[in-house]
Design a protein around this ligand. Structure first.
Ligand code: FMN
Length: 518
């Protein structure tokens, strides 16, 4: 079982760290003549148009982000309209910007480099208005394309080791990356980005599903090769990342499913030529699960480990409890409004956000994720903050105690310059109001999940990161994901963070654009 040989995750992680040295010694020039197209385009499959009208769920964004359990009056089986809305809100084109020589198509969820390498597929039973099949979601013309006809949910259920939410779901969304579409810019680090950019999509999908009263669960325990085969992915260039079960109470899929004829489907070439990054393939392969039995064992082992008991003493650290939300203060913008207006803030005004806003960000984004790798009230990452400008909160470095809904001060001071340095010398982390880092104890996580724990830690961080994006925009604030100098960040938050690895970073604050043009 390759997954248990956890050196592989360390080799990948250490080998893809950014440091001042690595950036200086290894500059990478972008070959715009060879830039990949940001879509997977099947050239011979007919589009099945999706309804283009987006209805409003009426659910306030902050409620949709933090919803965890399915409501009691859930509607288990999505319709064509519901699916179209969820796909649009997860990965649809929400903004177009023309520039000399082209047009940028921005999507509902943030993505490193706007390269959009993660595609969504769906596998469904016969629905009211969609026949059972395996479909690809094509954002460029907002359509589905059928890859297979028939009910193939049994393949997914089996690959997931009979994960209950998958077994009874009428629809399963499957997320997969085409590496080159991101590696063109980020090279081997693109495997981290697979999960970063999948997590922001999933944050949107979960909120969109919650707003439509559809139960949804994130599943990362599955036999990779079986899902690849089902979707006709090229294992040298593409990889399945995660599943999201949608709805419940469907008749169990028949086993065995219709037989899997290998798919030979033409797709438009991405660019003139593609560059292979063996480190990406190795990391994916070494974190793959090879049989349904291994998936079942993996999930059982994942569930059986004890939570780390947090030290409840303050160790002399000043503790500040989050402000309880008063309903009056909570913005009522719907999740649809917020997703459609979300974008990454390009320039922050050096202004303060309120402590109430920071409290809402943290408490709403960290209420939990229904996922097969997380127990109730469990988290793999811990949040560390560099606060520059939050009313009623001293600037400085903090750790967030999720169990206590409190921030603990690690070091007081103005760290704008250091935050800029840690975020690869960019202005955004220096100018925002707060940087929110996700750090994980990889030793503990890999011991528990094997190499696949690396996927889990990255994905948990980026789903919460995606929720933070939405929670910021819900409150008319701005946000941007960021990259970072790995070891310097750990050192900055040490000794508290000693031994931990950085998974994700997001900056939040007030955008210059919004504040100067109300
Ligand atoms: C994980 C992550 C890391 C990012 N890192 C950076 C960064 O280092 N610098 C930056 O300017 N933008 C960064 N971005 C923002 C992306 O460039 C942005 O999401 C993309 O251009 C799409 O635009 P949009 O978010 O406005 O839709 C990051 C986004 C994500 C999700």
């Amino acid at each position: 079982m390759k997954n248990r040989q956890i050196d592989a995750a360390w080799i990948y992680h250490n080998g893809t760290k950014h440091s001042y040295q690595s950036i200086r010694d290894n500059p990478h020039y972008l070959d715009f003549d060879n830039q990949p197209v940001p879509f997977k385009i099947y050239t011979e499959l007919e589009p099945i148009a999706l309804p283009a009208h987006l209805s409003s769920s009426g659910m306030p964004s902050l409620s949709a982000i933090s919803a965890l359990a399915a409501p009691p009056d859930r509607k288990p089986s999505p319709t064509n309209q519901t699916l179209a809305e969820i796909l649009f809100l997860g990965a649809g084109i929400t903004r177009r910007r023309k520039y000399p020589g082209g047009e940028m198509l921005f999507r509902a969820a943030a993505c490193t480099g706007a390269l959009y390498h993660v595609d969504l597929y769906l596998v469904c039973a016969d629905l009211e208005d969609i026949p059972a099949g395996v479909y690809h979601f094509s954002p460029h013309d907002f359509a589905l394309r059928r890859l297979r006809q028939g009910d193939f949910r049994g393949v997914v259920a089996q690959a997931s080791g009979a994960e209950p939410s998958v077994v009874e779901a009428p629809v399963v969304l499957l997320c997969a990356s085409t590496f080159w579409r991101n590696a063109w810019k980020y090279r081997a680090r693109a495997y981290r980005h697979c999960y970063w950019d999948n997590g922001t999509i999933i944050a949107n999908l979960l909120a969109a599903a919650a707003a439509r009263e559809l139960p949804a669960k994130v599943v990362i325990g599955f036999v990779d090769a079986a899902i690849s085969e089902l979707l006709g992915l090229d294992p040298e260039r593409e990889a399945p990342l995660s599943l999201v079960s949608l709805g419940c109470g469907a008749a169990q899929p028949a086993l065995p499913s219709p037989s899997l004829i290998p798919l030979v489907l033409q797709t438009q070439p991405l660019s003139k030529r593609e560059v292979d990054y063996p480190a990406i393939r190795a990391m994916h392969e070494d974190s793959s699960l090879e049989s349904a039995d291994e998936v079942v064992q993996w999930r059982a082992a994942s569930a059986s480990l004890n939570h780390v008991q947090e030290d409840r003493s303050t160790n002399g650290r000043r503790r500040v409890f989050l402000q309880a939300p008063s309903d009056v203060d909570m913005p009522s913008d719907t999740i649809e409004e917020v997703i459609v207006r979300r974008g990454s803030t390009r320039q922050f005004a050096r202004e303060a956000i309120s402590f109430g806003q920071l409290s809402a960000l943290l408490s709403r984004a960290t209420r939990g994720i229904l996922a097969d790798f997380l127990g109730a009230d469990e988290a793999l990452n811990q949040l560390y903050l560099i606060v520059h400008a939050v009313d009623d909160l001293a600037p400085g470095a903090y750790v967030y105690r999720q169990d206590l809904h409190a921030l603990e001060l690690l070091r007081e001071g103005d760290f704008r310059r250091q935050a800029g340095d840690l975020g690869l010398g960019q202005d955004i982390p220096a100018d925002c109001s707060v940087n929110i880092y996700f750090l994980a104890d990889l030793d503990r996580i890999l011991a528990r999940f094997g190499n696949r724990g690396y996927r889990a830690a990255q994905l948990e961080a980026s789903i919460i990161g995606g929720k933070l994006y939405l929670a910021a925009y819900a409150q008319a604030l701005g946000a941007s994901g960021l990259t970072f100098f790995d070891d310097d960040v750990t050192e900055f938050f040490s000794p508290h963070a000693a031994g931990k690895s950085v998974m994700f970073l997001i900056a939040v604050g007030k955008s210059v654009k919004r504040t100067s043009q109300p």
